[in-house]
Design a protein around this ligand. Structure first.
Ligand code: TTP
Ligand code: MG
Ligand code: MG
Length: 487
């Protein structure tokens, strides 16, 4: 816990949707939903304009379409999000060597480690400048939280959303946390919250009042002790530079050796859930589940199982840990149990969407089927929203970039019944016009995303070349002389 708010948490606003709005002038200020657009698709995120209608991350896209039929529904473009993320992370690295990314759009920064003086004023100035630099380099807004600990910095950036900055002055943490739901604390997932609810604890302040002994009784020693501290705003977790953390684990030592096999199993399940809580609060996922058992005679053994891909799914990790404990003889009694996950990776969600997209692609390539798919998906929805694959070869995903031999750069607004509708505009142009082509028009081809901010050589503007990601430092090809790019 620091005396000055020099831990910074940044989270970009409506990240994927904001990138799409920056790329597509006609969508600025409008509801935009990015996610799986197939029949079983899930919303990755929605622009704030779409959130007004109740659309949010992880909702079925079908449900979103019913709530907000007029939004633009776009397939994600991960490579572009990654490029923008790299540009933002580069700016963060300019502030301090200690940058801990939690996902593509989010990171902690230890400003003191970067030489910012330990004062509210200095921290606030760095935060405001960062927001301006992000805007200049990417055209996007991010929200910044500043506090004396990671937990509070993250709460601050949530309060700052969208497009703001909030400082939590050291010394006010306890008061600020007291009325908030227990779920605010890192490490309180649905299971722990339910545990607490059953004994009448809903708010963070009630956790403090319950006292450490009671929390330890309810949640076990390690978890109870750490949550009691967190509830008072005492959070000493350091900002860990990226890639330093290779595994996440939790363990409990029991006051009395466990002999009952059923109890051992239930403790393992509980530890697995806690481990998932840690994993998720770090925004990560892992491939190898590790079980640690210390027996009555202090002999300690570990067992591990490697999954096919990284996960942060509590059910999957719980089941793996359950299989592992079955291979351990615990008849003499157990002093300690631990569950860990290693082989950590980031961005589980992206992986899931990438898999979903591949699956959709695979279906789309099977010939006659996709037409039926498109028809099913299109029921009750405007035809421009569909992905269809009539020709059986080319697939025009809504939102993806194209280039037309005559009209230049644009993006797919929709396709269906043998036609594809393209809007010809670029990130730096006025909103462009729409034109429709046959899906197999030889003049039309898929294209790479354009940079969001055009490099202006030697301009006196506020953006300097250093702020742009390396991959964007050369100007893109000039827009073709078509009517859509008139300045
Ligand atoms: P978030 O930072 O949680 O959300 P956001 O940036 O869209 O909106 P805000 O922070 O302003 O509330 O997630 C960052 C990106 O991660 C998001 O734009 C899309 C992706 N994502 C998913 O793919 N699935 C999800 O369930 C969530 C929460 C996010
Ligand atoms: Mg965000
Ligand atoms: Mg985020």
């Amino acid at each position: 816990m620091r005396g000055a708010p020099t831990i910074l948490h940044l989270d970009m606003d409506a990240f994927y949707a904001a990138v799409e709005q920056a790329a597509k002038p006609s969508l600025r200020g409008k509801p935009v939903v990015v996610g799986g657009i197939g029949p079983r698709g899930v919303v990755a995120t929605a622009s704030y304009e779409a959130r007004v209608f109740g659309v949010h991350s992880a909702m079925a896209t079908g449900q979103a379409r019913r709530m907000c039929p007029n939004a633009a529904y776009l397939a994600p473009r991960f490579s572009l999000y990654r490029q923008v993320s790299d540009a933002v992370m580069e700016l963060l690295h300019g502030l301090s060597p200690l940058v801990e990314p939690l996902s593509l759009d989010e990171a902690f920064v230890d400003l003191e480690a970067g030489g910012t003086s330990a004062s509210t004023q200095a921290a606030r100035e760095v935060g405001e400048r960062l927001r301006r630099d992000i805007r200049a380099a990417t055209g996007l807004t991010g929200s910044v939280g500043l506090a004396g600990s990671k937990m509070l910095a993250k709460i601050a950036s949530e309060r700052a959303k969208p497009d703001g900055l909030v400082v939590i002055a050291p010394g006010t943490e306890r008061e600020l946390l007291a009325p908030l739901t227990v779920r605010t604390l890192p490490g309180v997932g649905p299971a722990t919250a339910e545990h607490l609810r059953r004994v009448g604890i809903h708010a963070v302040g009630e956790m403090v009042e319950a006292g450490e002994d009671e929390l330890v009784r309810l949640l076990g020693r390690a978890h109870g002790t750490s949550l009691h501290a967190m509830a008072q705003g005492l959070d000493d977790r350091p900002v860990v530079a990226e890639r330093d953390a290779k595994s996440v684990s939790v363990e409990d030592t029991f006051d009395v050796d466990l002999h009952d096999r059923a109890r051992v199993r239930s403790e393992v399940a509980r530890l697995a859930d806690r481990c998932v809580g840690r994993l998720r609060s770090a925004g990560r996922s892992g491939r190898t589940v590790v079980l640690k058992v210390r027996r009555y005679d202090f002999s300690t053994l570990t067992r591990s199982e490697t999954l096919r891909g990284p996960t942060d799914d509590p059910a999957v990790i719980r089941e793996a840990a359950a299989r592992l404990i079955e291979s351990v003889d615990t008849t003499g009694g157990v002093r300690l149990l631990g569950v860990g996950v290693s082989g950590l990776a980031d961005f589980t969600q992206e992986d899931l969407f990438a898999q979903a997209a591949t699956a959709e692609e695979a279906t789309a390539e099977e010939g006659a089927e996709p037409v039926a798919d498109a028809a099913a998906e299109g029921s009750g929805v405007g035809p421009v929203e569909e992905i269809a694959e009539e020709a059986g070869r080319r697939r025009w995903a809504p939102g993806h970039d194209v280039r037309h031999a005559e009209f230049g750069a644009g993006w797919v607004q929709g396709s269906g019944v043998g036609r594809v509708t393209v809007r010809f505009e670029q990130p730096w142009s006025e909103p462009g016009r729409v034109r429709t082509f046959p899906v197999d028009d030889p003049d039309l081809e898929p294209a790479e995303p354009l940079p969001l901010v055009r490099a202006e050589e030697g301009s006196g503007g506020q953006s300097s070349p250093a702020m742009r990601p390396k991959s964007w430092s050369s100007p893109p090809e000039p827009p073709p002389p078509d009517e859509a790019s008139s300045p």
